[in-house]
Design a protein around this ligand. Structure first.
Ligand code: GLA
Ligand code: ZN
Length: 681
């Protein structure tokens, strides 16, 4: 999405002049210039301002602001303002208000509050998108469209119930099929008529259970409701998208996503986004590798195309329990972390800190003091100047990885709706353990969906692939047969797309590929652990690792046993196996191992498979990533530590794009600093 009028990393963010008196606008623009800001996201929450009643639209402020920004060389990411409906709409058309999980009809207030199946919401949001696109289609400031904002939240109203039934009819055709896939014979749930089906909520099938999870009596029903609500919101997005495209077929359209946001199946959504954008809000104690994984997840939504960092705070959030400041240098470093992993923009929430309501303690480029002599502003301006100097050198460069982790929203929903075997199992955390051990070893990873093409990868990992959708097992088999390497774990291959168990022994459809049978699944108490004894040791040394949470009791059906359990009545049973299958191999990790195991095992397995790390070794807290453009490699080396770190580049050398310094051999990278090394061939 390189825009010829801005061939550089866009720099800017959410700007809400509609919430301010005019005299401040010119001051904003003066300061944007000082900070090197060249893109502003406008109109995100201005619906009430733009449409004071049903029949009146007023865009005077927006006309003026678009012109002003353009005059100053600032492009506009133009939002459609439909993430919070106006008060008159709620008063006149209550169908726009959601019904919550506990069956309560919401009242006006908050945001992200419109029922996605409300005819009123759909009508007026599309009208608004249409009017905006019609009005600004030829405006020279317009760079990209930003539909709504951070879609999310489920609704349980009668309109949603009716639409759910239609959705089910389209998916399953007949009530008999619905009864079969939901296994409604259980607890006498047989449905005779479509209108007997109601949304699963705390009034019937669901409750907020342990560990913040929503538990369900009927996983099949709940799973379909997740799919349906994700689709319903997506439909709202698509309607606005279509309205806009009629006027501006060539202007890209996005909506801002949120990383591993559970409620929406972003793999489905991404197909309808011209470019992926997302909002990154780590807290002080978020592991750097978790943020890295989120960037990789967002990059993977559209086959590795560059994405937009749509929002991050320049300094602090307001909505976390403890809203720490980003330490000096951290905002810059984390901005480059996004760029290193595929972002082509660096954008903030927000440009001016608000004066009232809950976001007044949210950081902004321009702080309450109102002038540019602040630490935060200085850091923003320095970064702005640096991004200007980088020009287009990194734009559209791609990250290349030989390892993929499969991430699947429907599987995530199903795993965590599951009643048993343990509340400790958190899907994203398990994926992150695998991701982290490769991150620490400087091995690049793509995070991709189960529908993606596996053939470009040497290693595909699918921890906790509980749900195996139609066709996946066959695709994995042919991938491994052709020489691919595949790793999966305990609690995999258990159910189909409807959360119905695949009978005949776990791991169901994956059994042949893995050459094992999992007979039972033990859930350990948090205070308990078992151990995995590596039969051949590691590097010739006897080695055992702690493991726990879940232990599958497996039998080999042809797979080689690499580790055995060390304790309990299943001591001596396999804990890690490998099955040679065609030209490739498939591993089964039968339990959740301590991190040390993955840190020892996975990099070794990569080395044996010819998968090279980006740096042979780097100190803890130093992150690497590689972007490639027209055959030119750019190696990012980022030091998250407050203290300097000694780095050995070994055989690699090149010029640091940021300082122009020649780098080769051993160097010291200052704390919270980075290099972007244009590598010599
Ligand atoms: C989200 C929203 C913004 C703002 C920020 C605050 O990302 O999109 O409108 O509320 O959070 O962190
Ligand atoms: Zn609804």
């Amino acid at each position: 999405m390189i825009n010829p009028s801005k061939p550089k990393i866009w720099y800017g963010g959410d700007y809400n002049p509609d919430q301010w008196e005019k005299p401040i606008w010119d001051e904003d623009l003066r300061m944007f210039k000082l900070a090197g800001i060249d893109v502003a996201t406008l109109n995100v929450f201005a619906w009430a301002y733009n449409q004071p009643n049903e029949n009146t639209y007023e865009f005077g402020w927006l006309d003026e602001m678009m012109d002003k920004l353009h005059g100053d060389g600032v492009g506009v990411c133009l939002a459609t303002s439909t993430a919070a409906h106006p008060a008159w709409m709620a008063a006149q058309y209550p169908d726009v208000l959601r019904v919550d999980f506990d069956g309560r009809k919401r009242k006006f207030g908050g945001r992200h509050n419109s029922c996605p199946n409300s005819p009123t919401y759909r009508k007026y949001s599309v009208l608004m998108a249409d009017r905006l696109a019609e009005r600004y289609k030829n405006h020279p400031a317009l760079l990209i469209w930003h539909i709504s904002n951070e879609y999310g939240g489920y609704c349980y109203c009668d309109n949603c119930a009716a639409a759910f039934r239609v959705w089910l009819q389209e998916r399953y055709g007949s009530i008999e099929v619905v009864n079969r896939v939901w296994n409604t014979g259980f607890w006498g749930h047989t449905f005779y008529e479509w209108n007997e089906i109601v949304p699963p909520s705390s009034l019937n099938e669901e409750w907020r259970g342990h560990n913040g999870r929503t538990a369900s009596n009927f996983q099949g029903i709940s799973l379909d409701y997740c799919r349906f609500q994700s689709d319903s919101l997506l439909e709202c997005y698509k309607l606005e998208y279509a309205a806009i495209k009629q006027h501006t077929p060539d202007v890209p359209i996005t909506t801002n996503l949120m990383g591993a946001f559970k409620e929406l199946d972003y793999h489905k959504w991404a197909k309808h986004l011209d470019v992926v954008s997302w909002d990154n809000y780590p807290s002080l104690d978020t592991p750097y590798s978790y943020t890295a994984m989120m960037h990789d997840l967002m990059r993977g939504l559209k086959e590795g195309q560059p994405f937009m960092l749509m929002e991050q705070t320049p300094s602090q959030q307001n909505w976390q329990p403890y809203n720490s400041l980003k330490r000096p240098g951290v905002m810059r470093l984390w901005s480059y972390q996004a760029v290193a992993r595929g972002a082509d923009t660096v954008m903030f929430f927000q440009l001016r800190r608000s004066v009232g309501a809950c976001e007044k303690y949210h950081g902004a480029v321009i702080e309450h003091v109102g002038h540019e002599h602040t630490r935060v502003f200085r850091e923003c301006a320095e970064l702005g100047a640096e991004l200007f100097k980088l020009g287009d050198s990194l734009l559209d460069a791609r990250v290349q990885a030989k390892v993929a982790i499969l991430f699947d929203w429907e599987n995530w929903w199903a795993v965590e709706l599951s009643s048993g075997p343990t509340v400790a199992l958190k899907y994203v955390n398990e994926l992150h353990k695998y991701y982290d051990s490769l991150y620490q070893a400087n091995i690049a990873v793509d995070v991709i969906g189960v529908d993606a093409d596996f053939s470009g990868y040497d290693l595909v990992m699918a921890p906790v692939m509980y749900m195996v959708k139609q066709g996946i097992a066959k695709r994995l088999e042919s991938y491994v047969k052709d020489g691919g390497k595949f790793i999966t774990t305990y609690f995999s291959g258990i159910v189909d797309e409807n959360d119905k168990v695949v009978l005949g022994g776990y791991p169901g459809e994956l059994r042949k590929l893995l050459g094992i049978w999992a007979e039972e699944i033990d859930a350990l108490l948090p205070s308990q652990s078992n151990s995995m004894l590596m039969k051949a040791g590691i590097d010739g040394v006897q080695k055992s690792y702690l493991c726990g949470m879940l232990c599958d009791l497996i039998h080999s059906e042809g797979a080689e046993v690499l580790a055995e359990y060390g304790e309990d009545f299943y001591k001596g049973m396999p804990a890690l196996t490998v099955n040679r299958f065609g030209a490739g191999e498939a591993w089964y990790v039968a339990t959740s191992p301590e991190a040390a195991f993955l840190q020892d095992w996975l990099p070794k397995l990569c080395a044996e498979s010819g998968i090279e790390p980006l740096l042979a070794s780097a100190p803890d807290g130093v992150e690497t990533s590689l972007r490639v453009k027209d055959g030119q490699q750019f190696l990012f080396v980022m030091n998250h530590n407050a203290a300097a770190s000694a780095i050995s580049l070994r055989e690699k050398s090149g010029i640091d794009l940021l300082t122009g310094q020649e780098l080769q051999g051993d160097h010291v990278l200052p704390g919270r600093d980075l290099w972007i090394i244009k590598l010599n061939a």
